[in-house]
Design a protein around this ligand. Structure first.
Ligand SMILES: [Zn+2]
Ligand SMILES: [Zn+2]
Length: 262
C-alpha cells in the first residue's frame, strides 16, 4: 500500500509526503519547518517518522527549510551534488547527505527504487522522481519547461502522478509580471502550462492510473478550474481521480493498494 499527500505546492513553497513499503519520505522541503510540521500533523504523520528527504532542485521554494528539518528530525537528505552545491547547502547543517546522479536509480531503501529523472528547468541539475515498489509506480514532476521524450516515457502507466500545471498562457500574457519573468516562465526551462500538462497526461495516463494531482499552480496566472478542465479533456472519461494541490493547505492522503494494481 502507498499513501501520499501534497503538503503544499506553488511558487511560495513545495513539499510532498509519500509512504511506501513501510518507509516515509518527503519530496522537497520548501515550506517553513513549522508549516511542514503542522501539515504533517494534519494528515496524521509524525515528522520523526520521515526516513529521508529528496530534493528536486535548488530553488528556494523547494529547499527553504531543509537544514532545520534535517537537523531537527535527524533525517538524511538525498539529492544530486550539483543541486547541493547550487543551493549552497551546508553539510554540517544537515544530518546526512547522500548524493545521487540524475538519470540514476536510488535503491538503498529495501524494495523501493527511486529514479532521479532529469527535467528541463533553469536550475543546476533539476529532476522529477519516479518511485517503484511492490508493483506500484508513483511519479512526481514539477518545475519543467516542457516534457521531454524521457519524461513522457518514464511517467507512462503511473498509478499515481503529481504533475505541474503552472499557468494558462493567456493569463500569463495578460498578467502584470515583467516581460523577462513572463519569458522565463513560458520558456523551455521554465514551467509547464496547463496545455502542455494535458498533453503529457494524455500520453502517460492508462487504466493503471488512479490519481492525478495537479501541482505548482501559479496563483496569479492560473485558475484551478481551467487547469482541471484541460486535464479532464486529456483523460477522456477514464476513471481517474484528478485533484489540485494548494499552496496554503495539504491535500488529503491518497492511498493505493500494492496488490493487484498492475
Ligand atoms: Zn518551484
Ligand atoms: Zn524551480
Amino acid at each position: 500500500m502507498i499513501e501520499f499527500s501534497v503538503l503544499g505546492s506553488g511558487s511560495k513553497g513545495n513539499s510532498a509526503f509519500l509512504r511506501i513499503n513501510g518507509y516515509s519520505f518527503l519530496f522537497d522541503c520548501g515550506l517553513s519547518c513549522k508549516q511542514i510540521e503542522l501539515r504533517l500533523d494534519r494528515i496524521g504523520v509524525n515528522p520523526s517518522s520521515i526516513d529521508a528527504v529528496f530534493l528536486s532542485h535548488e530553488h528556494d521554494d523547494h529547499i527553504r527549510s531543509i537544514h532545520t528539518f534535517s537537523k531537527r528530525y535527524k533525517v538524511p537528505v538525498i539529492t544530486s551534488e550539483k543541486t547541493f552545491k547550487a543551493g549552497r547547502l551546508d553539510e554540517k547543517g544537515i544530518k546526512d547527505t547522500v548524493f545521487v546522479e540524475s538519470g540514476k536509480i536510488f535503491s538503498q531503501f529495501k524494495g523501493v527504487d527511486i529514479f532521479f529523472m532529469p527535467i528541463s528547468h533553469d536550475a543546476a541539475d533539476p529532476v522529477g522522481f519516479v518511485v517503484y515498489s511492490g508493483g506500484i509506480k508513483f511519479g512526481l514532476v514539477t518545475d519543467l519547461g516542457y516534457a521531454t521524450e524521457l519524461v513522457s516515457h518514464e511517467l507512462k502507466d503511473c498509478n499515481a502522478l503529481v504533475v505541474e500545471a503552472n499557468h494558462d498562457p493567456e493569463l500569463l500574457k495578460l498578467s502584470n509580471y515583467p516581460w523577462e519573468l513572463k519569458q522565463r516562465i513560458a520558456s523551455r526551462k521554465g514551467h509547464l502550462s496547463n496545455g502542455d500538462c494535458a498533453k503529457l497526461v494524455e500520453r502517460v495516463v492508462s487504466d493503471k492510473t488512479s490519481y492525478i494531482v495537479l501541482a505548482h499552480l501559479s496563483e496569479e496566472n492560473n485558475n484551478p478550474d481551467i487547469a482541471l478542465m484541460s486535464v479532464f479533456r486529456a483523460i477522456k472519461g477514464m476513471p481517474v481521480s484528478v485533484d489540485v494541490a494548494k499552496q496554503a493547505e495539504p491535500t488529503p492522503i491518497y492511498s493505493l493498494d500494492t496488490v493487484g494494481s498492475l
